[in-house]
Structure formats: structure tokens, C-alpha cells
Design a protein around this ligand. Structure first.
Ligand SMILES: NC(=O)c1ccc[n+]([C@@H]2O[C@H](COP(=O)([O-])OP(=O)(O)OC[C@H]3O[C@@H](n4cnc5c(N)ncnc54)[C@H](OP(=O)(O)O)[C@@H]3O)[C@@H](O)[C@H]2O)c1
Length: 255
């Protein structure tokens, strides 16, 4: 059967890896991010390597009209989307008292509102077809009080659990993926010095994505990605809040 997945934040990092692994699993793809040139280059790579059918949907998910274009694509029953991967994201580097409130709003919107909006667009068709999957890329940080990024990811984690509980009888799987530190462009884009994280702390994007897709396939509610974080997570949640809150990444590179 022809299966199609829409991946947000597909121009880099985990999103590009989701596209590669979904293509390897035989999915057709809709790739969403702002950088159209990078999406096109990935689309060409996948078409050449595997003959994957790829639609490029360049969109800034923080722009209302762009977000609605992506929502409309998800709701298009003529070309149904079987799997939605809510992955696009970034984090504000500055501590809360020093951050720009507009950056906080944008981060919360991208990490929490955008996945909700896109799930809302995708769900009616999935219900009607009695089939579909939504993979929400949250974070282990969503279980720890580590700044406002944690708060936004906690919202996504709870949205994921709530939708899963509500729609499991409709044949829809909703899974939350909780990575720890992953080697992508994420920290560079934040502008922080991530060299304070020891080498052992970095998970590989391909392993994280493999864990996420396997969890979706096996209909799991939540998966902590990567073996070392699966070992560390039960301990991390027991650490007192004040200690977690004090463990930050290095200072901004431009300080
Ligand atoms: N890396 C980690 O350590 C880590 C850990 C836990 C969770 N996560 C989560 O994993 C997800 C993917 O992050 P990553 O590590 O792969 O980061 P990344 O390498 O920086 O990639 C982020 C992706 O999001 C897209 N994006 C950012 N703003 C966007 C916007 N306004 N509209 C559309 N797309 C936008 C970017 O594409 P464009 O710039 O082309 O728009 C890019 O494709 C995020 O939700 C992040 O919070 C990451």
C-alpha cells in the first residue's frame, strides 16, 4: 500500500533523518521547513536513491498563512497523509529573566501550538480512514524543570498522551519521542557552547529516529530515545528541581 508521511523541520537534523528512514521504509514524503533549497536537495537525493515521491512544502510554521497551507495539505483527502511527524523546533538560549519575550512566544508556538494545529488538521481524515500515526518529537527535557523549553515540551508530551488516549480506538497511534542531547544543528542554532556536554552524552540522530519510528510502528505511547538516556531517565527525574534548573548548557558563543 502507498504510504505517505509529512515531516516538519525536514531540512536538517532529526527531520532530515526522519525523511531518509521513512523513504527507506517505502513512504512517499511531504517535506516542510523554511529552507526550500535544502528541502529540494534532500528531495532530489531521495528521488535519485530510491525513486521516492517527494513534495516540497516550504513554509515558516510561525507564519499564519504558511501554517494554514501545511494544515490544508494534511487535510487533503485526495492525497492522504498516513503519518505526521511534528518535529520542527528550536530553543531560546537565554535564561528566562534575560530572554526576549518575542523569542519565548515563538518557541512556545513552534513547539506546542504548531503540533496541535497540525494534529487537528490531520486527525479527521485519519479517523475516517481508521488509520494514521502522529509522532511528536518532544524531549526528555519535557519531564524535567529545565527552563521554558521544558515547559513547552511538557505541553507537547501531554497533548500527545491526551490525543493518544482519545483516538486509539479510531485506529490512530500517537507517540511521543523523548530524545536527550542529539548531535544536530540545534545547539549551534541556539548559539550556545555545547562542548560542556561530554562526548558520551551525545546521541546519534539516526539511532534516535530509528527508536521513534519503531515506537510508532509498535504503537507505544512514549519512548525515551537512545539506550544511555533510557538508563539515565529514571534517575534524572528523581534529581531535585533546583539542581536540574542549575544544569545549563555553556554560555552563548557570542558572550
Ligand atoms: N538536538 C537535540 O539535542 C534535541 C533534543 C531533544 C529534542 N529535540 C527536538 O528535536 C526536534 C528537531 O530538532 P533538531 O535537533 O533536529 O534541530 P535542528 O537540526 O536545528 O533542526 C530544526 C529543524 O526545524 C526547522 N524549523 C525551525 N524553525 C522553523 C519554522 N519556523 N518553520 C518551519 N521549520 C522550522 C528547521 O528548518 P528551517 O531552518 O529550514 O526552517 C530544521 O529543519 C526539535 O523539536 C527539538 O526541540 C532536539
Amino acid at each position: 500500500m502507498d504510504m505517505r508521511a509529512l515531516v516538519t523541520g525536514a531540512s536538517a537534523g532529526l527531520g532530515a533523518e526522519f525523511a531518509r528512514q521513512l523513504a527507506a521504509d517505502g513512504f512517499s514524503l511531504v517535506l516542510v521547513a523554511r529552507d526550500e533549497a535544502r528541502l529540494r536537495s534532500l528531495a532530489d537525493e531521495l528521488a535519485a536513491a530510491r525513486g521516492t515521491e517527494v513534495e516540497v512544502l516550504a513554509a515558516d510554521l510561525l507564519e499564519h498563512d504558511d501554517l494554514e497551507r501545511v494544515a490544508a495539505r494534511l487535510a487533503d483527502d485526495a492525497r492522504p497523509i498516513d503519518v505526521l511527524v511534528n518535529n520542527a523546533g528550536f530553543a531560546v538560549a537565554e535564561p528566562f529573566h534575560a530572554s526576549a519575550i518575542e523569542d519565548e512566544r515563538r518557541m512556545h508556538e513552534l513547539l506546542s501550538w504548531v503540533p496541535l494545529r497540525l494534529a487537528h488538521a490531520a486527525l479527521p481524515g485519519m479517523r475516517a480512514r481508521h488509520r494514521g500515526g502522529i509522532l511528536n518529537v518532544a524531549s526528555l527535557a519535557g519531564r524535567l524543570p529545565s527552563g521554558t523549553y521544558s515547559a513547552a515540551k511538557a505541553q507537547l508530551l501531554m497533548l500527545s498522551r491526551a490525543l493518544r488516549a482519545q483516538y486509539r480506538r479510531d485506529g490512530i497511534v500517537v507517540t511521543a519521542l523523548l530524545p536527550g542531547f542529539v548531535a544536530t544543528e540545534f545547539h549551534e542554532r541556539m548559539g550556545v557552547d555545547a562542548t560542556t556536554v561530554p562526548e558520551i552524552g551525545w546521541a546519534d540522530a539516526s539511532a534516535v529516529v530509528r527508536d521513534g519510528l519503531r515506537a510508532l510502528r509498535t504503537r507505544r505511547k512514549i519512548v525515551v530515545a537512545d539506550w544511555r538516556y533510557r538508563l539515565a531517565a529514571p534517575i534524572a527525574v528523581l534529581v531535585p528541581d533546583r539542581i536540574i534548573a542549575g544544569v545549563g548548557l555553556g554560555s552563548r558563543l557570542d558572550d
